[in-house]
Design a protein. Structure first.
Length: 171
């Protein structure tokens, strides 16, 4: 989020510099005024794009939806839990457990440098399983996929901060 604030300040600085440049023009040269006007228009377009991006990221963070915009790990974790963690993994639903493990491995590999170390170490053994299985599994392998699915749901779920509604319900 600080990156967006920095970019907003930078774009507003460019816009201010362009307006200052136009105010300093003393020549009736049409080319110079057209060039300066182009700077102002491009700076306004950048400001509008940054505002749209900022509002999109805030909506994505608050609503927990995936708008394919940059966001925090907590936002991505909330979207992942909504897609894969409800209902929780079942020991008899092997296909769904494999799907959860595959999605968990993708999440782990994408965000392993941005999540807390203790959560990453909890997820690491589960991430060593195969994400796609093309053979029949033994009961021990089915159990390991069930445990890995539980590990991913619990670990990624712990990255999601509680919403305001959940905080007000707690006694």
């Amino acid at each position: 989020m600080l990156l967006f604030v920095f970019l907003d300040i930078l774009v507003l600085g460019v816009l201010g510099a362009a307006l200052w440049k136009i105010s300093r023009l003393r020549t009736p040269d049409l080319y110079s005024k057209r060039k300066a006007s182009l700077y102002v228009v491009s700076a306004f377009i950048c400001v509008i794009l940054m505002l749209i991006l900022n509002v999109g990221v805030m909506v994505q963070d608050r609503a927990g939806t995936n708008l394919f915009l940059p966001g925090t790990v907590a936002t991505k974790a909330r979207v992942w839990v909504q897609a894969n963690g409800n209902p929780p993994p079942q020991s008899d639903d092997v296909g769904r457990n494999i799907k959860i493990v595959g999605a968990g491995i993708d999440f782990y590999q994408t965000y392993k440098n941005r999540i807390p170390q203790e959560i990453a170490t909890r997820m690491e053994p589960a991430a060593k399983l195969e994400s796609t299985v093309t053979r029949l599994l033994s009961p021990a392998e089915e159990r390991s996929y069930f445990e890995a699915a539980q590990t991913f749901v619990n670990a990624i779920g712990s990255l999601v901060p509680p919403t305001e509604a959940e905080e007000t319900v707690k006694p």
